[in-house]
Write a protein that binds this ligand. Structure first.
Ligand SMILES: [Zn+2]
Length: 304
């Protein structure tokens, strides 16, 4: 019997399908893996069906896409990404002309906007992608008002902190939606834009922290670089390649940030680390903290 398919295998089938002239055999392959119970974990069924639905959408085969996406929703019930899958299904319903059902699904998800910080993305994506940006903006604005009321009612404490976090996400998402709609700036946008600017392009991890981080989360290598040398080179290269007036924002990872990253999600977010000062003088100590002169350390690293 063939080995059970992992998440990577499923993603691989989907990439092959996108690169091929005819994705249909790959759609069949994904569906067969679910029907014949050949998945490495049961919760991959929803993922496999979702990929198949995406491929069917690419073929403009609405009936097939909706059938598969509906199965994906059934398979995800009770799992963490249930709401994502339902929102994605709503998006397809709207795309393929089943307005009433799509909007009913989105209305059911709408209360999540003030409960789940990811909801501002998945709920409004389905609207924005189907030409309903104005409605998305309206929902986000209303959710912000509701969130403010919840904070006020709750008084200081954990619940208020959580909702405040959600408020930031809502304001940021609203800002992006409004910008895409070409709407003028308002008071909330001005605050949101500041939040936007505070998101660093990179977090630079000093040597020891980098080692700790990669040991605990080997997957982080995809984003941060496989070694500390690569990590430093990547940041230096991008800084050197950037317009001096518009340098990427590099935040220095602090021990508090590392602890938060390695701990559970329950911890409150620590304050951001300091912004990296760049470039140092050629003969000054390198920004990476190696102790070597910049000209002997990361300056050439960025050119390699
Ligand atoms: Zn250096």
């Amino acid at each position: 019997m063939a080995a059970a398919l992992t998440e990577d295998d499923l993603t691989g089938i989907s990439s092959d399908a996108i690169a091929s002239d005819d994705p249909r055999p790959y759609i069949d392959q994904l569906v067969a893996a679910v029907d014949e119970d050949r998945l490495a974990a049961p919760d991959l069924a929803s993922y496999a069906l979702g990929l198949a639905a995406d491929l069917a959408e690419g073929l403009h085969d609405g009936d097939l896409a909706l059938t598969l996406s509906e199965r994906s929703v059934e398979a995800t019930q009770g799992l963490d990404d249930e709401n994502w899958t339902r929102a994605r299904h709503a998006e397809l319903l709207l795309r393929f002309g089943r307005e009433d059902e799509g909007m009913r699904e989105l209305h059911a998800l709408r209360p999540q906007l003030t409960r789940d910080e990811m909801a501002s993305l998945y709920v409004t994506e389905a609207l924005v992608e189907n030409g309903r940006g104005e409605l998305a903006e309206e929902w986000l604005t209303t959710a912000l008002t509701t969130a403010a009321e919840i904070v006020e009612r709750a008084g200081p404490g954990r619940e208020a902190d959580e909702i405040r976090n959600i408020e930031n996400v809502l304001a940021l998402r609203r800002f992006h939606v409004r910008r895409d709609l070409g709407l003028p700036y308002d008071e909330i946008d001005r605050i949101a834009e500041q939040l936007d600017d505070e998101n660093p392009d990179y977090v630079f991890w000093p040597e020891k922290a980098f080692a700790t981080l990669l040991e605990a989360q080997p997957d982080a290598a995809d984003e941060l670089g496989a070694t500390w040398d690569e990590h430093r080179a990547m940041i230096e290269r991008d800084l050197q390649a950037s317009d001096p007036g518009d340098l990427p924002l590099v935040e220095v990872g602090t021990p508090e940030l590392l602890t938060a990253l390695l701990g559970d999600d329950e911890d409150a977010a620590p304050p951001p680390g300091p912004e990296l000062e760049w470039p140092p003088g050629r003969n000054e100590p390198c920004w990476c903290g190696s102790g070597a002169k910049y000209k002997k350390c990361c300056l050439p690293r960025g050119r390699a």
